[in-house]
Design a protein around this ligand. Structure first.
Ligand code: IMP
Ligand code: MG
Length: 180
């Protein structure tokens, strides 16, 4: 497994699972009505799947939808423009929506999705697995945050670099060997 050997674990599976359950309990405390999870693809698919199970254990009956958004990027730097590659299929009006994303960085992706669903009449709360402090280009605060992330490019648990490493069950950093 050449890929796995080069990834340094930052947050392991157990820690992620415990945090997911805590977040689910926090969400349950809000007593959401007609709860709809909207997961932003692709990076949040694994987090969303585990959070759905944690929400079940917390006594909720969430439904789930997916929205595929992409922000144009130059290498690993976001340019700021967000495009919809796939929209949600359900009517979100008057529903409590929890918008899920992998990383809150510039904030543009989640702000774009939040504005869109709010304009359609949903009550939107946001939930990000990771938050990178000091990187915000737009003013948005997530309502639920898994972990604060150091200023490193992380992979795993749904997150990629050039489409790889999404399968890792933990969050880590790719270590470069001498060949790069
Ligand atoms: P932003 O908040 O609009 O800048 O977008 C954050 C998005 O950039 C996330 O959803 C990720 O897809 C991507 N991203 C930012 N930092 C990382 C990282 O460290 N690893 C993997 N993807 C990242
Ligand atoms: Mg993403």
């Amino acid at each position: 497994m050449p890929h796995e050997r080069r990834v340094r674990v930052l947050i392991d599976e157990d820690k992620i699972a415990r945090r997911n359950y805590e977040i689910a309990l926090d969400i349950a405390k809000r007593e959401p009505k007609q709860l709809l999870i909207v997961a932003i693809l692709k990076g949040s698919f694994m987090f969303a799947a585990d959070l759905m199970r944690a929400l079940h254990h917390a006594g909720l009956m969430p439904q789930v939808e997916f929205m595929h958004l992409s922000s144009y990027r130059d290498a690993t730097v976001s340019s700021g423009q967000v495009v919809i590659l796939k929209d949600v299929e359900s009517d979100v009006r008057d529903r409590d929506v929890i918008l899920i994303d992998d990383i809150l960085e510039s904030g543009r992706t989640i702000a774009f999705a939040k504005d869109l669903l709010t304009a359609r009449g949903a009550r939107v709360l946001t939930c990000c697995l990771l938050e990178k402090p000091g990187k915000r280009a737009v003013s948005i605060k997530a309502d639920f945050i898994g972990f604060t992330c150091p200023d490193l490019f992380v992979v795993g648990y749904g997150m990629d670099v050039a489409h790889s490493y999404r399968q890792l069950p933990y969050i880590g950093v790719v270590e470069m060997d001498e060949a790069g």
